[in-house]
Structure formats: structure tokens, C-alpha cells
Design a protein around this ligand. Structure first.
Ligand SMILES: [Zn+2]
Length: 102
């Protein structure tokens, strides 16, 4: 939970970079269809990653943490929502909630 319900974007970006081991940019988009919460892609220069968050789901800290954890877990487990992916997403979510929401 964010203090005063705010999303601490810069802190979340830094934590994401720590997890990814590379530069991370977070983009909020109104372009994604309603059923897609987010996406993760390699940046064009190949040196980092970009995370797109659907503006519809990027308002409350808990939703942002959940989507970021979901997408960051795909770094190790691309494409599929396997048991291993799920465990990784839960681990990352705990970390984001601990470090990213004070
Ligand atoms: Zn996914």
C-alpha cells in the first residue's frame, strides 16, 4: 500500500531495475485493450526493458504492484503463466509491497 494511496513511480522504477538488472522505463498507456493490464518488452536500443501499464489498471498502488510483479516475472518465465512464473510473480509482489509502498 502506498502512503496516502499514492503510487511511488520512481521508487518502483528503481526496484524494477534492481530486479531486471537493467534499465527499466515504465509507460502508462491508454492504447491497450481493456483486458490487458500490462506488457513487457525489450527496449529498442536493446539495453533495457520497457513496461507498459494499462491506464485503466494503473491507479491504485496495489494494482500497479500486482501488474508490475506479473510483468517482471515474465523476464524469467516468458509467455506462459506456469507454476514457476506464479511463484516468481508472488515473490516479486511481496518485494514490491515491502520496498515500494512505504
Ligand atoms: Zn502474463
Amino acid at each position: 500500500m502506498g502512503r496516502h494511496g499514492q503510487v511511488l513511480w520512481i521508487r518502483l522504477k528503481k526496484i524494477a531495475e534492481e530486479i531486471a538488472g537493467s534499465p527499466v522505463e515504465i509507460h502508462i498507456s491508454t492504447q491497450l485493450s481493456d483486458d490487458i493490464r500490462g506488457a513487457i518488452v525489450k527496449s529498442e536500443d536493446g539495453n533495457g526493458i520497457e513496461i507498459l501499464l494499462n491506464a485503466r489498471w494503473a491507479k491504485k498502488p496495489e494494482d500497479v504492484h500486482q501488474t508490475l510483479a506479473h510483468e517482471l516475472a515474465h523476464l524469467k518465465h516468458p509467455n506462459i503463466h506456469s507454476k514457476e512464473w506464479d511463484a516468481e510473480a508472488k515473490r516479486i509482489l511481496k518485494y514490491l509491497e515491502m520496498k515500494g509502498g512505504e
